[in-house]
Design a protein around this ligand. Structure first.
Ligand code: SAM
Ligand code: SF4
Ligand code: F3S
Length: 461
């Protein structure tokens, strides 16, 4: 279900908070710090949209902010530790300026154990709210400003998709477009289904409307977001799947590109790959996490595909889209994984030849099935395996870059690099740098790759 009415209530809080904020701070400033995946980046863009509507100026400088938000990630222990460290640094700021409001949101905040820890050990945190209450930020700030006690909100009563939230996008050339929320897959290592709730898709009309607005605002690269975009459409009152949605977005007039993430191999169909190959605006780039090259480990991970199924998918993708850019996620040291099984991960990497990989050492997450699985491999040993994995991927990535030398590509000029060069992206999302006027930012140009020196160098053609 999609709902505009839910946010109407927040519009009232936005209006009520404005004069209060002006009274207390004059010209209030807000700083939003984002951890984790693109879903959080997109949520933060909505936080910034709501804060701006309330009258806050958005700043990157936490020292000057009157409202500070940490939008957190719980996917690995390290991500959580970083957040606690960051919250700790705000204590001094708050001691000096009592009327700063400090809030913690996101996937960590959705967990009871985390909310309790903050309640007890971080008394200077004012507001803690989870992923199901993102739209209620204006209400929480208003209530805290009006003298309410500390606010802790983890309720999951709103299961509809909240439409109509303002959004302030970080970039003007490329943008995130959420098409679904939550996850139903319960991979045994993963916390996401517990902190993001059940999978729900946005109505295609809402997505098309937002995509059109993005294109009209000058965005040239749209990434469709979801934890498992391939299962888009389930539970909607319309007959549509992800391939159908891609075709609809591809039909929107204008010169722009479409990407999507993340794809789950179990739902990646031949229809989808064919659709990708047929839609001119859909980039020939696929992020398809395989996690492990061992069918036994994949089963223990509850991934619902095996090694051969994954390799067959890649074969089909390469046949339909020669030159396709392939990236993936991989976990080293899942409980019970043997060295021989880890070697199957290495052999899969060599067989597929990914352009790049996101590599993780297994991090036990409380509440997930893998938390209780026996794990006999030491952290030091897993570290060695991890390095072996990096050494396996490195030459492959480099060879694929070498193959680009001398070739021509259409690229989107995205931003200026530190040295004043233009940073642009190929259809495959590979970054290239070249000299050119700043006025090219936001346009597509043709370039030729001329060298590799700490990244791909190019010239305009
Ligand atoms: N939904 C996506 C999918 O199924 O591929 C991925 C979402 S998850 C936020 C991003 C990646 O984090 C996963 O693909 C996995 O490789 C990694 N990850 C998740 N839980 C992890 C854990 N407990 N330890 C290590 N890596 C983990
Ligand atoms: Fe986590 Fe698996 Fe869902 Fe991805 S598909 S978010 S890895 S449970
Ligand atoms: Fe982290 Fe939540 Fe994303 S746990 S990876 S921010 S969905």
């Amino acid at each position: 279900m999609q709902d505009y009415a839910i946010f109407n209530e927040q519009q009232v809080y936005i209006e009520k908070a404005k004069p209060l904020l002006e009274n207390i701070y004059g010209a209030p400033k807000a700083c939003v710090n984002t951890f984790g995946c693109q879903q959080n980046v997109s949520d933060s863009e909505h936080f910034k949209g709501m804060l701006k509507a309330m009258g806050y100026e958005i700043t990157e400088n936490v020292e000057e902010a009157d409202f500070i938000l940490f939008n957190t990630c719980a996917v690995r222990e390290h991500a959580e530790d970083r957040v606690y460290g960051n919250i700790g640094t705000i204590k001094k700021l708050k001691a000096a300026r009592k009327n700063i409001i400090l809030a913690v949101s996101g996937c960590m905040a959705q967990q009871e154990i985390v909310a309790n820890k903050i309640k007890k050990s971080y008394p200077y945190v004012d507001i803690v709210f989870g992923t199901h209450n993102i739209h209620r930020l204006p209400e929480f700030i208003y209530k805290r400003l009006s003298g309410s006690g500390r606010i802790f909100e983890r309720s999951t009563t709103v299961t509809e998709i909240v439409e109509g939230m303002p959004v302030l996008r970080d970039k003007s050339v490329k943008g995130w477009l959420p098409i679904m929320y939550g996850c139903n897959n319960f991979c045994t290592y993963c916390i996401v289904p517990y902190v993001r709730g059940r999978e729900r898709s946005r109505a295609s009309a809402q997505i098309i409307k937002e995509a059109k607005e993005m294109v009209a605002s000058g965005i040239k690269d749209i990434t469709l977001l979801g934890q498992n975009v391939n299962s888009y459409g389930k539970g909607l009152n319309e007959d549509i799947n992800f391939a159908g949605l891609l075709r609809k977005i591809n039909d929107i007039p204008g010169d722009f590109r479409i990407r999507f993430m993340t794809s789950h191999p179990k739902d990646c169909t031949e229809e989808l790959l064919t659709t990708m190959s047929e839609c001119s605006k859909v980039c020939k780039q696929l992020h398809l996490p395989f996690q492990s090259g061992s069918s036994r480990v994949l089963k223990a991970m509850n991934r619902h595909y095996d090694r051969q199924t994954y390799l067959n998918l890649i074969k089909k993708a390469k046949a339909l889209m020669p030159g396709i850019t392939l990236t993936s996620d991989v976990i080293v040291g899942f409980p019970g994984e043997t060295y021989a099984e880890f070697c199957q991960t290495l052999s899969l990497i060599k067989e597929v030849r990914f352009n790049s990989l996101f590599t993780f050492i297994f991090s036990p997450r409380p509440g997930t099935p893998a938390w209780n699985m026996p794990d006999n491999v030491s952290r030091a040993e897993k570290g060695k395996w991890f390095n072996e994995l990096l050494l396996t991927q490195e030459p492959i990535g480099k060879e694929l870059e070498q193959e680009m030398l001398g070739k021509a590509y259409k690229v989107l000029c995205e931003e200026l690099g530190k040295d004043g060069q233009i940073i642009a992206k190929t259809d495959g999302n590979i970054a290239v740098e070249f000299n050119g006027p700043e006025s090219l930012i936001g346009s597509f140009v043709n370039i030729k790759i001329t060298g590799i020196n700490g990244g791909l160098k190019a010239t305009l053609i």
